[in-house]
Ligand binder design. Structure first.
Ligand SMILES: *[C@@H]1O[C@H](CO)[C@@H](O)[C@H](O)[C@H]1NC(C)=O
Ligand SMILES: *[C@@H]1O[C@H](CO)[C@@H](O)[C@H](O)[C@H]1NC(C)=O
Length: 618
């Protein structure tokens, strides 16, 4: 009897030990998976009952239950759930008759509480809202209107000036422009503030906002495409609800105070940040712009417990001079993406034990990875159950030809464990891909067909990843015609198009090069001049400053006599990327975008060294 008991005890003990040794992450994996499944079940219920509780519905519910709870704190001013609810009702009242359910309206605003009030106001009328990137100018901005079909634009008070040159075109297209300003000197632009003051804050009939299908578009978020101008990714309620679960899945609660210094027109701040705050019923400290010097002061002042980041942001914080009290804060976790291993370690060393939670997922993509274990350097973690929920694969990729490797039957090949491959995510009813507004062609370009069997379809993430023996997934690089710089995607074709209009340039090839100590890739353009023309660095500088946002400006120019004709365009690009911007390895003349001289200046060895030492504004 006793021996039987001892054997049982020993058995339990060794099973426990084996589990601890072989599956050190078992319980954390299990807990995380339970959350994923629970959340998925809720979405499934919406599908079955054809009644979707949207993010805005949840907000209204929160506002009813806890009207006095702070929702947004901006520049020291607190807006409660109840106040934003009332203000968004006023916005809805103003436009009640002007727009119909299913219309699209555009929003061009910097971070401020009214961004959210206007967004929710239109959502309550059943409209889809297109968030415009506030860095985008003139021609690109007009294009954004055309592709999402918006008939109405709301613009922030501080951004009306930037519209100056396209206002006539907008009015020609019968797009009504409303501004969050009282006295407006521009003809044809209406003041929204005056109207909001006079409107009632009674909610509009709930019919207007009711949603029966998860796939109904709710937002358009612009992303740099692989071709030309920005593309409007269609965000359905399904995606917005999934993103809103991010903080919760990582263990956020209603007592958390979330710091969001990222722009609201991106999905990270709006879907994960604001949506996630509502999901928890927490408070969001919204910043107009990230400031490394104010960061810790803000976090202490507001008792921040969670902040949102992109990799660059953490690096800027690490580059700040060491302060004595820098471990003195209440931050317990940070949610974001693109954190490099070295920055991650340094961040822990400097600022203490903050759990860094990576979320991988593009705005338009149908796949999400979360690194719930917090292993340094990983963007996510997989296991066989996760693979049943999210059907993704890593396939072999030919860097030189810039396309997936196909075998003799034309099918892709999965990589071995540890090997780097292109991340593809299967498109099916569970994880649909909603594509881009207004262009079937662009949508089709992101889809890879006949991958493993005839007729299948995968979303091409354009990201190279590797999965290690412990099932951690690590980001390696981006492929194709985009690169990331300063937290934004840059489309090489868009930059090419802009550069191609300069009168002394005949041919352009744009690509990204790595600059040691910086995330992503900096823009570089190989250029052939027109016959009998000379390179005018000052003129090019002025033109680039006017036409391109900071993150998209090519930092380096390489003058070439001719493009190598023997290789394909892609091969050529590959060798240009490989050779970088070091003047001692390159015979062609090189130029550098210099903000102090307001010109493109010759890239000499000493300029090169000062860039590597971080002494130049990039
Ligand atoms: C704008 O509205 C006017 C008057 O209603 C109409 O004649 C014109 O065709 C419209 N233009 C466009 C581009 O829709
Ligand atoms: C932060 O926490 C301290 C101590 O609990 C409290 O006294 C202070 O009022 C809090 N600040 C804010 C802005 O909530």
């Amino acid at each position: 009897m006793l021996s039987w008991f001892a054997a049982l005890l020993a058995g339990i003990f060794s099973a426990h030990l084996a589990q601890r040794l072989c599956f050190p992450y078992f319980w954390r994996d299990a807990r995380y998976l339970m959350k994923v499944i629970r959340y998925g079940a809720r979405l499934e219920l919406y599908k079955r009952t054809r009644k979707v509780i949207t993010v805005v519905d949840r907000f209204v519910e929160r506002a009813r239950r806890t009207p006095h709870k702070p929702f947004i704190v901006f520049n020291g001013v607190t807006s409660t759930y109840g106040e934003i609810e009332a203000r968004s009702n006023r916005v809805a009242r103003v436009f009640e008759r002007a727009v119909s359910k299913g219309d699209t309206v555009a929003l061009l605003m910097n971070n401020e509480p009214d961004f959210i009030s206007v967004w929710f106001g239109f959502a309550k009328l059943g409209c889809a809202v297109a968030f415009l990137n506030t860095n985008i100018r003139s021609r690109s901005l007009l294009h954004c209107f055309n592709c999402c079909g918006a008939r109405l634009l709301v613009v922030g008070a501080d951004l009306l000036e930037t519209l100056e040159d396209i206002l006539p075109s907008l009015q020609e297209d019968n797009i009504t422009v409303w501004c969050m300003k009282r006295e407006i000197s521009h003809p044809g632009v209406h003041s929204l503030l005056d109207e909001i003051d006079q409107a009632s804050d009674d909610p509009v009939v709930s019919d207007r906002s009711s949603v029966s299908c998860l796939k109904t578009p709710t937002l358009y978020i612009f992303t740099s495409g692989t071709t030309g101008l920005p593309k409007a990714a269609v965000i359905s309620h399904l995606q917005s609800l999934k993103a809103a679960g991010g903080f919760w899945a990582y263990g956020g609660t209603e007592n958390d105070v979330i710091y969001t210094p990222l722009p609201l027109y991106h999905s990270a701040a709006s879907l994960v940040g604001i949506g996630g705050t509502i999901e928890l019923g927490a408070t969001c400290i919204l910043k107009k712009k990230f400031s490394a010097s104010q960061f810790w002061t803000d976090c202490r002042k507001y008792n921040v417990t969670i902040f949102q980041y992109i990799g660059e942001l953490c690096r800027y914080l690490c580059n700040q001079p060491v302060a004595e009290n820098e471990k003195d804060h209440r931050i317990r976790m940070a949610v974001g993406n693109g954190l490099r291993q070295d920055v991650w370690r340094e961040f822990h060393r400097r600022f203490g034990d903050i759990r860094m939670c990576e979320i991988y997922g593009s705005t338009e993509g149908n796949l999400v990875f979360m690194n719930h274990i917090g292993k340094i350097g990983a963007v996510g973690r997989s296991n066989f159950l996760y693979k049943m929920i999210f059907k993704y694969d890593l396939v072999k990729y030919d860097m030189i030809r810039d396309e997936p490797v196909r075998d003799q039957n034309g099918f892709c090949q999965r990589v071995e464990k540890g090997e780097t491959g292109l991340l593809l995510s299967k498109i099916c009813s569970q994880s649909p891909f909603f594509g881009y507004a207004g262009s079937k062609q662009l949508t089709e370009k992101k889809i890879l067909r006949d991958v493993f069997v005839k007729g299948d379809a995968y979303f091409n993430t354009a990201d190279l990843m590797a999965e290690d023996d412990e099932n951690f997934i690590c980001f390696k690089d981006r492929v194709g015609d985009t690169y990331r710089w300063k937290g934004e995607n840059v489309a090489t074709t868009e930059v090419t198009e802009i550069l191609g209009q300069v009168d002394f340039i005949q041919e352009v090839n744009v690509y990204g090069v790595q600059v040691p100590g910086n995330e992503g890739r900096a823009g570089m353009a190989a250029v052939i001049l027109r016959p009998d023309s000379i390179f005018d660095g000052k003129k090019l500088f002025d033109y680039i400053m006017k036409e391109l946002p900071a993150y998209a400006r090519p930092l380096f120019i390489r003058l070439q006599e001719s493009m190598e004709m023997t290789s394909t365009f892609k091969q050529q690009k590959f060798s240009l990327v490989e050779s970088g911007f070091n003047p001692s390895n390159i015979n062609d003349p090189l130029y550098f975008l210099d903000y102090t001289e307001n010109s493109y200046i010759p890239l000499t060895s000493s300029v090169y060294d000062s860039i590597l030492q971080g002494q130049r504004k990039l």
